[in-house]
Design a binder for this molecule. Structure first.
Ligand code: 3HC
Ligand code: NAI
Length: 698
């Protein structure tokens, strides 16, 4: 097998070239190849060594597919030590994204140059790890401890110009990387530079009070994640311990985290997210339709956010409202939102204005005649949506993709009113649509393969994470949420409080407890949805009794200042409301419910196992392609803690037989109607197969 690393002597420059697509990850073969090349360079006529990569990026990290398997020599920290100890200066030439072990490779090199578009970063924290090849010891020695902690705990990459300002990069190369890097190497040769070893530098320790404040801040943001805390301690040690001691500490923490549940969960998510973008029966190279322009019908909460998502990614958008007043209101909210982003310093005024200019309002459907994609985001009403689709069918050019943002309506019933159901698809954004990363791409019975492929690719272009769902009530996310919400409400009326339920789920890691989420979304939404359903489709009446009473009392949630909680009008802080407990107790009595103590374990198991059970039904019916897709939906759309890997990964951690047994107990003790184990759960538990094994076997 040819090595992914080559070495050639070009004049006095020994060029080590890495070519390991797609992202030049540091696989064993790459590590071995670099080791050989460095050894050769020590013996030949070279005066300087240049490390450079082929393809779209400099090394983007260790090879994550090797994680969790027996380690193979040469180990990365040892290799980087060898590079740093090279008797000849080593220069790393960066382009694309130098991340994780790739950035550590650059830090172990003696000099670094980069093209202006390059980015560098240590994203290990996103995999539940800390940098494990000297990053925690070398970066603080260059930038100082505080900035290094910020960079490593956020995991976000920084631009080449910021890296230059921080002393991480020495030279920005204009034009083509290799030519620029070679020219810079010649300069360094002429100047007779010596190897400059970062490990030999020292760095000032942070004052104790500053470090204490950082620890507190990081702990608060980490919300139960271990890696950020380990990063702080390792980086602080860069100032107080020797390089070798610091490296030992880093290695121990790295191995500890690598062997733990959190990193396993986050690594699962890394691959699940990329897998979710693939549709099993549609080839990746399916020709996509060209999408240059976008139309949106309905400029309310969702339409406005969707318009911003596209405008932010450079697409011209035509936004249709029902009348001038609606248009003014919709565009006004968009203006306000851009204003907030500018005032927070996240966007310059000019950039915001440029994005805003891409959105043009209209009340005339004819303005949609030329667009490549239309997304309907009008009220959640099937007849209205069908009416809009009839008009789109008449108006839009052949080949245009017609999408609906419906949350619950039947995409096939919407498609059926058009003459081109193959061009119809669901694009279910989440609120706020300009911020939330999840996009459920809903595949109708007749949706064409190229329409689906186009939408999956387009999602990435606008910074979303796409997951395909088949058609059913609520698709993947909202369908499962009904069961999650039901148990949260039942736990309240059967003996809990909004506080006990929410704090339990927040301690589990949910971004927000379920009842606080109802308050945020507005409890009238569920109320109105129930109102139009016949009684037998509303579900367990005990599960919405308190919500109904609160809505009827005008307590719709945050927007009215009170719902399950009371909200401070200035800060929107939630506060307990004794009146709510009185209502809960009264309604429980009216329903003949004898309230009892419900402990945290019961709350957690009921809420999560109800969610998981429905996830299994969704898999069994083929609504979702894989368990990992559901995990991506819940982490990106519903605030499920990433370090738990999503509900289906969590199901494997708990064990399917345990979940089945618990559900059977709930069925006996709580409600036989509410607790029917999913047939897939029963099958897998009986066969002793985990969900991930099941997914791999298909
Ligand atoms: N190892 C193995 N495979 C990787 C990989 C890695 N580090 N990074 C990306 N890949 C794979 C992806 O799985 C994907 O495979 P697929 O095509 O079969 O699905 C393919 O490369 C392309 O990846 P993306 O779809 O993500 O491509 P993008 O162009 O959108 O993004 C990227 C490129 C920014 C480099 C992104 O892939 C990324 O962020 N990668 C992870 C970077 C990372 O976390 N590095 C740190 C690793 S941990 C580490 O280095 C430990 C060290 O401290 C010891
Ligand atoms: P909204 O009530 O804020 O906005 C709907 C807008 O559509 C209004 O501005 C209205 O004037 C406009 N409209 C109505 N009829 C129209 C017509 N004939 N032509 C042009 N515009 C028309 O509603 P929201 O919340 O934005 O929801 C829109 C859709 O998105 C619904 O289907 C909803 O289920 C879905 N959705 C909502 C989410 C949310 O959190 N609000 C999340 C995901 C999807």
């Amino acid at each position: 097998m040819t090595s992914p690393v080559s070495y050639s002597l070009e004049g006095r420059i020994g060029v080590i070239r890495i070519d390991n697509p797609p992202v030049n990850a540091l696989s064993q073969a790459v590590r071995a190849g670099i080791e050989d090349a460095i050894a050769t360079a020590q013996r030949d006529e070279s005066g300087i060594v240049l490390l450079i990569c082929e393809g779209r990026t400099f090394v983007a990290g260790a090879d994550i597919t090797e994680f969790g398997k027996p380690p193979m020599e040469p180990f990365l920290p040892d290799l980087l030590d060898t590079i740093e100890q090279s008797a000849k200066p080593v220069v790393a030439a960066l382009h694309g994204t130098a991340l994780g072990g790739g950035f550590e490779l650059a830090l172990a090199s003696h000099y670094r140059c980069a093209v202006a578009s390059a980015k560098v970063g240590l994203p290990e924290v996103k995999l539940g790890l800390l940098p494990g090849a000297g990053g925690t010891q070398r970066l603080p020695r260059i930038t100082g401890v505080g900035p290094a902690i910020r960079m490593m705990t956020s995991g976000a990459p920084i631009s080449a110009s910021d890296a230059l300002a921080a002393g991480i990069v020495d030279e920005i190369v204009d034009g083509e990387l290799e030519a620029g890097a070679v020219a810079w190497c010649e300069e360094l040769l002429a100047a007779d530079v010596e190897p400059r070893r970062t490990s030999e530098r020292s760095v000032d320790a942070l004052p104790e009070n500053e470090l204490t404040a950082i620890r507190a801040q990081v702990a608060k943001r980490a919300r139960g994640q271990m890696a950020p805390m380990e990063i702080v301690e390792a980086a602080a040690a860069a100032a107080t311990a020797s390089f070798d001691e610091g490296m030992k500490l880093e290695r121990e923490a790295f191995m500890r985290l690598m062997g733990g549940e959190q990193s396993a969960a986050l690594r699962h998510l890394f691959f699940a997210e990329r897998e979710a973008a693939k549709i099993s029966d549609i080839p990746r190279d399916t020709e996509k339709r060209g999408i240059q322009t976008v139309g949106i019908v309905g400029g309310g909460t969702m339409g406005g956010g969707i318009a911003m998502s596209f405008a932010n990614a450079g697409f011209p958008v035509t936004l249709i409202e029902v009348n001038d007043e609606g248009l003014e209101r919709g565009l006004g909210i968009i203006d306000k939102n851009y204003g907030i982003t500018v005032s927070k310093g996240k966007l310059s005024e000019e950039a915001a204005a440029e994005r805003r200019r891409r959105i043009v309002g209209s009340t005339d459907f004819a303005d949609l005649a030329g667009v490549d994609l239309v997304i309907e985001a009008v009220f959640e009403n099937l007849e209205l949506k069908q009416d809009i689709f009839r008009r789109l069918d008449e108006t839009c050019k052949p080949g245009a993709i017609l999408a609906t943002n419906t949350s619950y309506q039947d995409v096939d019933a919407i498609a059926s009113v058009t003459e081109r159901p193959a061009d119809v698809i669901g694009l279910h954004f989440f609120s706020p649509a300009n911020i939330m990363k999840l996009l459920e791409v809903v595949r109708g019975d007749q949706t064409a393969a190229d329409v689906l492929a186009t939408c999956m690719a387009l999602a990435k272009k606008i910074g979303k994470v796409p997951v395909m769902s088949r058609v059913c009530y609520g698709f993947i996310g909202n369908r499962m949420l009904q069961y999650y919400g039901r148990e949260a409400q039942l736990c309240v009326i059967e003996g809990g409080t909004p506080e006990s339920v929410d704090s339990t789920m927040e301690a589990f890691g949910m971004a927000m407890g379920p009842l606080a989420v109802f308050d945020l979304a507005g409890m009238d939404v569920g109320y109105k949805a129930r109102e139009i359903l016949p009684d037998d489709q509303k579900g367990d009446p005990r599960a919405y009794r308190v919500a109904d009473v609160l809505v009827e009392a005008g307590r719709l949630g945050q927007k009215t200042g009170a719902g399950m909680y009371r909200y401070d009008p200035d800060t929107r802080r939630r506060e307990s409301d004794p009146e709510v407990l009185t209502i809960i107790e009264r309604e429980a009595e009216a329903l003949d419910i004898e309230r009892r103590t419900i402990d945290e374990k019961e709350i957690r198991d009921r809420i999560l196992f109800a969610l998981i059970n429905e996830g299994l039904n969704i898999l069994d019916e083929g609504i979702a392609q894989r368990p990992g897709d559901i995990d991506v939906v819940y982490v990106y759309g519903y605030g499920f803690p990433a370090h738990r890997g999503g509900p289906m990964h969590y199901a494997d951690v708990v064990g399917l037989p345990v979940i089945l047994e618990t559900i059977q107990t709930f069925k006996e003790k709580l409600s036989s109607d509410n607790w029917t184990p999913s047939p897939l759960l029963e099958r897998l538990a009986e066969q002793g197969i985990s969900l991930s094994e099941w997914a791999r076997s298909r």
